[in-house]
Design a protein around this ligand. Structure first.
Ligand SMILES: [Zn+2]
Ligand SMILES: [Zn+2]
Length: 461
């Protein structure tokens, strides 16, 4: 049997992707070119990433000013996609330095959002990564850390609660509140995951707003975008697909200061993972083992995920589905992403009604619709069996929870007012204890409250 050779350079091949054999170097180049194509996909992003020189329209000073004001924000989870995205950004900077006489076109602020208990470990891991790979670009790539807890720091709160008629009320709540309290209130893992996602997204955007970034680069691979899309549909959040993935417009919720970009949207997760092995990034990943499906020589033991389907969140279930089909049916994945790209935003019922929880635009009155298909009137127990079941319930924790909820409802409805909530968030709140969360109000004060951060210091040798 002949050894397969890289089709591009003739070296021995190590990867098989899209029916083509690659050596490590050519494969990394191939993935990198896909990302860079997105980074040059329209004039707005070209202005950010290109190295500007003195020319007919700008003086040397103006060119310098434009280069140094081209700042982008790259959230990093140290999963495979965001880590690969950062690596390609670093390569782009290296290439600019060598071809443009030491000049570069842009600056990257890497942002890590952490839970208090993870901080030390995360910081060590980032120091290792930075020392191993990004030392030459310390001027252009800086690492910042934000505690997820800061989402609640110094905020004005409201209590969001669903009552029997599926109307939502809110009231000011001055109790000190924190992330631990919030997560303890989420027995349902999907709801917990949703709320954490909102928190991270809002912190990242606020950070970009406060530091004048021109774009937020999200690491999502094509596979991740497909499973986000399907999960949003399943969770009743289909109306928000367009606004979440749109990279053609400035984010108007943040004064039009930045755009969002998904530079790895043409790259499958298995390809991102193969890049990790090819580039030696696999040892830097946190809480994630890169798949070796495309490697000719397998690396890791086949991992049985061991998680039962019924314990999975909706996102995990959809991810499993796409993992299973990625090998033979990867065209399904690109079809989902291309379709999501084409979705326009639905008509607004009235302008500028935002969901109090996820900040998405509201297009349907989800609560009214639910109300119209739901019967909330109770009926008394009749048979002996009914009565036994009732007594059992009466003695149980469920009844105590119900009493707590009624108590809460009473206090909120007497002082509260209606709060807009999208359909998806009505469902999310249904998975939270007492169908109630304490949540920061989105106000200018929230937006402008400076986020406290930890910055990884430049290393000196
Ligand atoms: Zn090659
Ligand atoms: Zn919502």
């Amino acid at each position: 049997m002949t050894e397969p050779l890289c089709k591009r350079c003739g070296e021995p091949a190590v990867i098989l992707s899209r029916k083509e054999h690659f050596c490590s170097r050519c494969f990394c180049k191939f993935i990198s070119s896909k990302q860079r194509k997105q980074m040059m996909s329209d004039p707005y992003f070209q202005d950010i990433f290109k190295v500007m020189h003195q020319d007919k329209v700008r003086s040397a000073e103006q060119a310098d000013a434009q280069n140094s004001s081209s700042r982008i924000l790259a959230p990093l989870s140290l999963g495979s996609s965001s880590t690969v995205m950062l690596d390609v950004l670093n390569d782009t900077l290296n290439e600019q330095k060598s071809t443009q006489r030491g000049r570069t076109g842009f600056y990257v602020d890497v942002l890590l959002c952490y839970l208090e208990s993870e901080f030390q470990d995360l910081k060590n891991r980032v120091e290792e990564l930075s020392a191993a790979r990004y030392r030459d670009n310390q001027e252009n790539i800086k690492f910042h850390f934000i505690n997820l807890e800061s989402f609640f720091d110094g905020q004005e709160f409201e209590k969001l609660i669903i009552n029997d008629d599926y109307l939502c009320s809110s009231k000011l709540d001055s109790d000190p509140y924190n992330l631990k309290d919030l997560l303890e209130q989420c027995p349902n893992r999907s709801s917990r995951e949703d709320l954490l996602t909102f928190i991270i997204r809002r912190l990242v955007k606020r950070y970009a707003y406060q530091h004048n970034h021109k774009a937020i680069l999200w690491g999502h691979s094509m596979t991740k975008l497909a499973d986000e899309t399907m999960s949003l549909v399943v969770k009743g959040r289909g109306e928000h697909i367009n606004s979440l993935f749109d990279s053609s417009q400035l984010d108007q919720d943040y004064s039009g200061k930045f755009r969002h970009l998904y530079p790895l949207k043409d790259v499958l997760l298995s390809e991102v993972d193969a890049y990790c092995y090819s580039a030696g990034l696999d040892k830097h990943l946190v809480n994630y083992t890169a798949q070796d499906t495309l490697l000719l020589q397998k690396r890791c033991e086949t991992k049985a995920s061991g998680k039962l389907i019924k314990n999975m969140t909706i996102n995990e279930m959809v991810r499993k589905y796409f993992d299973d089909i990625e090998g033979d049916y990867s065209n399904v994945i690109s079809t989902v992403v291309r379709t999501a790209d084409k979705l326009a935003e639905p008509k607004l019922i009235e302008p500028n009604v935002k969901c109090s929880l996820c900040q998405g635009n509201i297009h349907t009155r989800g609560s009214e619709w639910l109300q119209s298909i739901t019967i909330n009137n109770g009926c008394p127990p009749e048979t002996q069996e009914d009565k036994q079941l009732y007594e059992k319930w009466y003695e149980s924790n469920l009844r105590r929870e119900r009493d707590e909820y009624l108590e809460l409802m009473k206090s909120v409805s007497s002082q509260g007012e209606d709060a807009p909530l999208c359909y998806g968030c009505v469902v999310t709140l249904g998975g939270v204890k007492n169908k109630c969360v304490t949540w920061p109000q989105s106000t200018d004060r929230e937006l402008n409250q400076t986020l406290e951060e930890f910055v990884l210091a430049d290393e000196e040798d």
